[in-house]
Design a protein around this ligand. Sequence first.
Ligand code: SF4
Ligand code: SF4
Ligand code: SF4
Length: 238
Amino acid sequence: MGEKLSRRGFLKAAGIGAALLPSLKTGKALSRVQGKPKAILVDVRRCVGCKACQAACKLWNGLPAENTEITEDEYTNPTSLSAHTWNYIRFSEVKMGEGVRWVMASIRCMHCLEPTCVSVCPTGALWKRGDGPVLYDVDRCIGCRYCVTACPWGVPHFDEEAKAVRKCTMCFDRLDSGLKPACVTVCQTEALQFGDRDEILEKAHNSGAPYIYGEKEGGGTSVIYVSDVPLEGLGLPR
Ligand code: SF4
Ligand code: SF4
Ligand code: SF4
């Protein structure tokens, strides 16, 4: 793994006090733009559904556990994003010939190049940073939930306690320290990879996967999926 994953250990090593935690999570203070636009590659062919990425996201971002239910129709838990779940593994049953195949895919904010969440926000609480992450400031969120309605992927969720929307930040605080996102760091199968967006796209095109998603969809995104089954089968909108 090689990179620090514990936020407490990371802050201590970086000499950053716990008092900075709220601004690390949400504020613009540490939101410097660094380098070329980045992207996360999600290679669903490599995902084994271990959910280490899901757990790492909770750990790094200090997100609490939630009460969830396993239903007869779902084989994963939780079954959707929420204000406290910024990344979950969607299990999809895909028909293949006479049989079916299970395909697992990490679902999270796409960090769109032209984010509708940003364009509909009346207070400028959401913004796209030059190096990729779509970020937000909980102090500027007035709870109108326009972004919740506008996002084609159903990503932002309203946190009733914080009275603000919450979602994946692409671990911008880790990026600012030269680290990869927590989810990418723990993925042992390289189903998740991180890098410059142009290099990630090159990898996607050279991967031999017949389906690529995110290069143009939604105006282009900073999360790129590669798959050997049609992406509609994974519930990603066209
Ligand atoms: S850590 Fe990697 S292999 Fe495990 S569920 Fe997440 S994406 Fe899939
Ligand atoms: S996926 Fe939704 S929340 Fe994420 S950047 Fe795009 S529009 Fe915004
Ligand atoms: S990039 Fe960070 S915030 Fe986003 S899903 Fe991965 S661990 Fe969670």
